[in-house]
Ligand binder design. Sequence first.
Ligand code: FEO
Length: 151
Amino acid sequence: MASNDPEMLVTWDDEYRFGLPEIDKQHEFLFGLMNRIWSAMNRQADQQEVLALVGELETYTVTHFSDEERYMRETHYPRFDDHKKAHDAFVVRLAKEKQAILGGHPLSDAMMTFLKDWLISHILVLDRDYAAHAGHHLPSTEVFAESFYIG
Ligand code: FEO
């Protein structure tokens, strides 16, 4: 969820766990990384530090998405193609933001809001849906997932 602590953008909560240890660990790491980027923005860190953090986010998400996509294939997740499109769109957006930073633009508040909202809604709705499909005793989010994919 979004954090009330101004030092943190998002707060990890156990409700985000699916019972998939590697995926859960990766999601928790992404929350931490998001907070490190937020902290760098707030103290107006230099471009090199912000770039390094955004680069770390880029690398980590590619690995995370790849792991998830392998899991979805293995479990024959029926909405795999749409989920992969959501991953791909995130990677493209992040690459554009990195280019903007390289061009001398600071990381924008709009981008941080996008990252926060994307991360939380993606994990709580779309990722949870593939975990539920694989039998992880989670409430199905199929109805929500369908509307997210359409949007
Ligand atoms: Fe955890 Fe689909 O990203």
